[in-house]
Design a binder for this molecule. Sequence first.
Ligand code: NAD
Length: 291
Amino acid sequence: MLILICDAFDKSLPERLAKFGDVTEDVARLPHAEVALVRSKTKCTADWIAGAPKLKLIIRGGVGLDNVDLKAAKERGVEVRNTPAASAVAVAELAFCLMLAVPNKLVEAHNALKEGKFLKKEIKRTELFGKTLGLVGLGRIASEVAKRAAAFGMRVLTYDPFVKRSDVAIMVPTLKELLGQADYISMHVPLTDETRGMINSSAIAAMKDGVVIVNTGRGKCIAEEDLAEALRSGKVGAYATDVWYSDPPDPASPILSAPNVLMTPHIGANSKENLLRIGNEVVALLESWVK
Ligand code: NAD
């Protein structure tokens, strides 16, 4: 059996997978692979699957399956698995890091000092304590964010029509209600037909003035033009994002040139510890798959 590692995994993985068969990182060998390991970089389109006639299993190291054409895989009889549990803490810590960096003006303060400016009087911070956080989606990652927010003294609301009850957040029945109450909004939904562009001009109109939006979910859940306009007008106070329409973003993305944006290059799952956890889940998946 040939196992093809397409994207970046922990460097110990090839050695750990050797007990299952031959392991390669040479993507030119896709036509011979029975198992392919991808993260978000490789797009497993219908054409990509057609180019892998021996493929039986795709393992997506991570959560979202929006880079895999599930219909094409099913038609070809290719099984698709992911490692949903591994990344929650890593992504939640980045979401919280972005949420702390905005009101504490970390980037402005750091850049000013680099330029020789000591803006002690000019830089005014605000606190998370006492503010309301609205979590859009209450899955694994959002639940970890909720616990951290509670420790910071935030009131935590969530909108998730598929979750019936929660110990970590107050559930609200509509997205509009959440948007109207939140000082901070953190996005944690998968990209689906329903969530694509869900933060658009009408959703933004329902938000409090000066709201801060944090996005470690998926870039396409935001209507970029609408958000850029709201950042320019000041309706949205800041947008802190790890995720984009594409990796890397199109240089023409209006988010790149909008004011009050804090950006990271899709590194939510990239902690050293998480890569090890993903590797453990991949090994466990293969162990049960070969049985
Ligand atoms: P999860 O499946 O545990 O949770 C997703 C939640 O969203 C579920 O509870 C679901 O009920 C809810 N949901 C679905 N549609 C909804 C809707 N229309 N409105 C409100 N809620 C809705 O997933 P997770 O592990 O928490 O991950 C969430 C997302 O984060 C992933 O789908 C992925 O897109 C993204 N992610 C990003 C990174 C990164 O590197 N930044 C890493 C991992 C995951």
